[in-house]
Write a protein of this length. Structure first.
Length: 47
């Protein structure tokens, strides 16, 4: 189960974060040959 932590500055829209999560999930799942639902992503927003 891949676990990815992302630190970004505040101010991104929900749509931007959703797209980021989708793109990273797809890439990790394809690269590691694992199911997409096994990829977990944590977004930490910094102020």
């Amino acid at each position: 189960m891949p676990l990815i932590t992302i630190n970004i500055w505040r101010g991104r829209t929900v749509e931007q974060k959703r797209r980021l999560v989708k793109e990273i999930t797809d890439t990790v799942a394809d690269t590691l040959d694992c199911p997409r639902d096994a990829v977990h992503i944590i977004i930490n927003e910094q102020s």
